[in-house]
Write a protein of this length. Sequence first.
Length: 103
Amino acid sequence: MAAELVYCLRAIDDGIEASAGAWEKRDYWIKAEQLRQRWVWTSSASARLENMIRTGVWENLPEILVSMVEHFADIKITKLTRKSSEWAGAYQELLADLEQQGK
């Protein structure tokens, strides 16, 4: 699950930059910058999780997750929508990605 969270945070980060770019093309510079500032934490959070997984320091997981709570506090989940098959294999995939990157 933690590895899948790394991939999800990366996808959010990529999506924010694409959305901000679209705002900039329309000369909405302030909106673009506000969007980036609101979601700037995703890159560092995914990096922290990735480092924790790579080094195997799993005792840091609660601290990392707690640091993200404030960003999701206003989201109400009424029903779990993801199946466990969506994160199955994500750990092995992330380790393989890290190995390819030489990390």
